[in-house]
Design a binder for this molecule. Structure first.
Ligand code: GUN
Length: 293
């Protein structure tokens, strides 16, 4: 069993990005600039956005954080998106989700210029991904396939079971694993809360991507000997053992599942760090105008 070290891989990719930023600057090109919009004070979102801003600093990007209170109106947020769309210094930006109930996430996502949509959530980017055209790939699916690539994990002809059908992980990662390319070429089954016989389906999987948000859902008796298990879960479970008072818990019961696997990602330190790196890669692509002019 080999543990997939997302922290080490992401550190390596950050070095590669930082080198490229130095090169761009030495050629007189502009510093890549990522803006992040954060609404409210949700603990998880605060942490994610702070990590994204810190990662920008680490690789030499410029970053801007724009904050709104929970009661910001949809129109105010739409005006902010419009401003960022038209700001030539901003190469890419994200609006951290979830948003408060009174704001339509779809409306905000669609208002973002797809050429600056470094989250890869805009329908143009999702659609282009679905048919294999160059696009901004959404961060978590892109991080997962990068881990499979860097660990040279065979995916061709394998049965990949995706647990979860969210727009930001389950659906896009299932499309990437289906793609006629490497990593990809899988037979893909997507399971969700209404799926019958999840256990029977999981035991047939060569690769399981667990993205349900249900702590320790995947148990040892659901996993075939030698399977590859990718854990996308990051639920904050209360804990008396940590300073923060919570512990990030994956969708996989790691201690019992790991001995059966050929490869497995831990939580934390697996997919999580890769997600941020994917965002940095997209921002670099946006700054270089490599996908859209
Ligand atoms: N909320 C959870 N994950 C993400 C992400 O990748 N991007 C944004 N914008 N919000 C999120």
């Amino acid at each position: 069993m080999q543990i997939i070290d997302g922290k080490a891989v992401s550190a390596q990719i950050k070095l590669e990005i930082a080198e490229e930023v130095v090169r761009l600057k030495s050629e007189g090109k502009k510093t890549p600039h990522l803006a992040a919009v954060l609404v409210g004070h949700d603990g998880g979102s605060e942490t994610y956005v702070a990590n994204k801003v810190r990662a920008c600093e680490e690789v030499g990007f410029k970053s801007t954080l724009i904050r709104f209170e929970e009661n910001v109106s949809e129109d105010e947020l739409l005006s902010c998106v419009e401003r960022l769309n038209n700001d030539d210094d901003v190469d890419g930006f994200i609006v951290q989700l979830p948003l408060p109930e009174h704001i339509s996430e779809n409306k905000i996502t669609e208002a973002i210029d797809y050429r600056k949509d470094v989250d890869g959530f805009h329908p143009v980017n999702v659609g282009r991904m679905a048919i294999g055209l160059p696009c901004f790939l959404s961060a978590t699916p892109s991080g997962i396939v990068e881990l499979l690539r860097r660990y040279k994990i065979e995916t061709r002809g394998k049965h990949c079971v995706v647990l979860g059908r969210s727009n930001i992980v389950g659906k896009p990662v299932s499309m990437l694993m289906l793609q006629k390319s490497y990593p990809g070429d899988c037979t893909v089954t997507v399971c969700h809360s209404r799926t019958k016989n999840i256990k029977e389906i999981c035991v047939q999987a060569d690769i399981i991507i667990a993205a349900l948000g249900s702590p320790e859902f995947l148990k040892a008796d659901m996993v075939k000997e030698g399977a590859v298990v990718i854990d996308v879960g990051t639920t904050r479970v209360p804990s008396t053992k940590t300073k923060s008072g919570f512990k990030l818990t994956g969708d996989v019961a790691f201690d019992e599942v790991a001995p059966k696997c050929s490869f497995i990602t831990p939580v934390p330190g697996g997919v999580g760090p890769m997600t941020i790196v994917s965002l940095l890669k997209n921002t670099l692509l946006a700054a270089k105008k490599e996908i859209y002019r």
